[in-house]
Structures are given as structure tokens and as C-alpha cells.
Design a protein around this ligand. Structure first.
Ligand code: CA
Length: 231
């Protein structure tokens, strides 16, 4: 099926067959696709002509996905949405990817439809030209550096707590369900039965405890949102 709005997608993947398949899939869907097989060339292409979505493999020669993402965040004039492809491996790699500024990730092997859907969702969420900084009330998230501030005080958040806050901020004012939050960090493979509890605790301690009013709000029976002034 052709897409209503074609995207410019850059695919950086060193595995030749997988790259060919991804490129063909995206082209069949009507997207305008460029490709690179190593990190350095990928970074150069992404900087020269920033794509609507960068599909980026984590394990790459030259410059790996995390290094590429970090360099891109430091040098690109606008936020380039990054979909990181990771092998079926440790949580540490995913956390690293997010820390370096990836917006979403997909664990290999993935379904074709899932890749197309994630690319569409990413481009909608981050239109090209959107600034790095997301400011909501007294909360400020610098997506280029993976840093958060509340009322001008830096919040020292570990990667997963930061990712949870970023997801809540990007979804605001919508209430985010527990399962959506879990998926935003771990995809379909949460590491334990209640993975959110300890990370939400850390987030509350850092985001809310030093301040007079709590920002992380539990909506009982539904999920979580940020309590921020509207308008
Ligand atoms: Ca690879």
C-alpha cells in the first residue's frame, strides 16, 4: 500500500541482505529511501540532507549506532527522528540508545508492518524542524543531550527514568497507560513482571521530591500523566 505522505528515510545498516529488504519495503510503501552501510557515511548523509526518519542499526562498522546518534544530536540543526534497530540483546544497549538520543527502537527480527508503522509514527511525532528542546511549564527536556530540568534545576535522571519522563512529556496532556510506558522503554519484552515500579520511584524522587508540588500524577485505573498548567 502506498503512503499518503511519502517520507525521506535514510537506512544505515551494515547487514547487506537486511538493508536491501528494509530499503525495498520502504520504497514499496512509496517512501524516498537512501542507504548507507557504515556509520561514518551514514552520519555524513544524515547531516548533509537530514531525513524525515533515520533507521539506524546499533551495531555498525566505523561508527556504531550510539556514536552516530550522539554525533548527529550534537551537529544537526534540527531534530532528526531516529528509529534504532537492535539485536535481541541486553537492556543496557537499549538504554544506551535512548541516552544517546534515539526516539524509538525495534528489536530484530521485526515484522515489516511494524517498521512501516513506527516510521510513520515517528515522523508524525517529530516533524522536521522541531527544536531539540521540549518545554512544558517548568519542565524542560533537551532531547539532543538527553537532559531534563525542572524550574531551572537539572534533574539527574538515569536513562530509563529519563525515557519515561520524555514519553510522558511527548504524550502530554494525554494520560499514558502502564503498558504504553512499558512499551516505550522495553518494546514487547519487558524484563520482569512489574518493570515500571522501581523506575517510576526513581523518577518521582528526582522530579518531584525536591519541589513543592508533584508533577508525576497517577490516574488510578488508567495510567500516568504530567500535572502541568494548560495553555
Ligand atoms: Ca549490524
Amino acid at each position: 500500500m502506498k503512503e499518503a505522505v511519502p517520507l525521506r528515510v535514510l537506512v544505515v545498516e551494515d547487514h547487506g541482505l537486511l538493508r536491501t529488504q528494509i530499503v525495498a519495503l520502504l520504497r514499496d510503501a512509496g517512501h524516498d529511501v537512501e542507504e548507507a552501510s557504515d556509520g561514518r557515511l551514514g552520519l555524513q548523509m544524515a547531516l548533509e540532507q537530514p531525513p524525515d526518519v533515520l533507521v539506524l542499526d546499533l551495531g555498525l562498522p566505523g561508527l556504531d549506532g550510539v556514536q552516530l546518534c550522539r554525533a548527529l544530536r550534537e551537529s544537526a540543526p534540527a531534530h532528526v527522528p531516529v528509529l534504532m534497530l537492535t539485536a535481541r540483546d541486553s537492556l543496557d544497549d537499549k538504554a544506551q540508545g535512548f541516552a544517546a538520543g534515539a526516539d524509538d527502537y525495534l528489536v530484530k527480527p521485526f515484522a515489516s508492518e511494524e517498521l512501516l508503522w513506527r516510521c510513520r509514527a515517528l515522523s508524525r511525532r517529530h516533524r522536521l524542524g522541531q527544536p531539540h528542546v521540549l518545554a512544558l511549564g517548568e519542565l524542560r527536556l533537551d532531547r539532543a543531550r538527553g537532559r531534563a530540568e525542572r524550574a531551572d534545576q537539572t534533574l539527574d535522571l538515569p536513562p530509563i527514568a529519563y525515557q519515561l519522563l520524555l514519553h510522558l512529556a511527548q504524550a502530554w496532556p494525554r494520560v499514558v497507560t502502564r503498558s504504553e510506558l512499558v512499551r516505550s522503554v522495553w518494546g514487547d519484552e519487558p524484563p520482569e513482571s512489574d518493570p515500571l515500579r522501581s523506575h517510576l520511584y526513581v523518577l518521582r524522587q528526582t522530579l518531584d521530591k525536591p519541589f513543592a508540588t508533584p508533577m508525576l500524577k497517577t490516574v488510578h485505573g488508567v495510567g500516568y500523566t504530567l500535572d502541568l498548567p494548560r495553555g
